[in-house]
Write a protein that binds this ligand. Sequence first.
Ligand code: PD2
Ligand code: ZN
Length: 284
Amino acid sequence: MSGQQQITADLRLWIEAQIKEGFSHEQILVAMISSGWQAVVAAQALDEVRAAKQGAEASSPLPLAAKAFPTIDLSAGTPSLWLGDRWVHVLLSLGHPRVVLLGGLLSAEECDAMVAAAQARLARSETVAATPEGSEVNAARTSDGMFFERGESELIQRVEARLARLMNWPVDHGEGLQVLRYRPGAEYLPHYDYFDPAMAGSAAILQRGGQRVATLVMYLNTPTAGGATIFPDVKLDVLPIKGNAVFFSYERPDPSTLTLHGGAPVREGEKWVATKWLREGVFV
Ligand code: PD2
Ligand code: ZN
């Protein structure tokens, strides 16, 4: 196996030139990765150049890291975690981006009950992401969606309490669960779940509990084909399997977290997911 690439002086100069040219940090990161730099090395080099630049001219500062963020405690080294009412299996753990894949987080009955409860309330998904113009129908997502109120039923309370134990993060720091249904051909183009601090609409969104700091996507069914949750920066594909879930966290609202992710097109069958987004503070 090849080792980690070294950050060269040439790479630093190239990054500085791209910043001067006006390319966004995300564009620079993607260009480095597609020209063969390892994602972790590319992100680190970009961070270093930005930090040095910041020191020199105090411009384009890296967003501050959250004081604390959700974590799944894997320190016991056991392949399964007891969550008080259910065992969950740890299928994969990745350091950067921070990703944990979980097996059997929800029972088949819980998945079916969430789909049944959501089905009646589906509407064309609308974005909650901030754009320069405010909110708009999200062309990047061709699924249908709805939100459950936090704690709105015994089922939702039970699941939310389990998620709070899993991620060591209080229920009141979570947004209501969002359910999405993707039909064949539907997809979710790659995006970040945090709110871009530079966007006009973000300030108002951030008043309700601060930044998003982690995401948990739970699979409520197993599509026949397609529909993976993809992490393009590191070329990681998570196949949707009923009851499983993928967790990822981002300590600052910045591409260097490598948490760019999307939902690949569903090829056959439907795909149903429930997403829990976690905020830095109490979400009201
Ligand atoms: O359904 C997915 O795989 C997916 C992909 C990207 C869900 C989300 N983002 C999300 O809910 O944020
Ligand atoms: Zn997302």
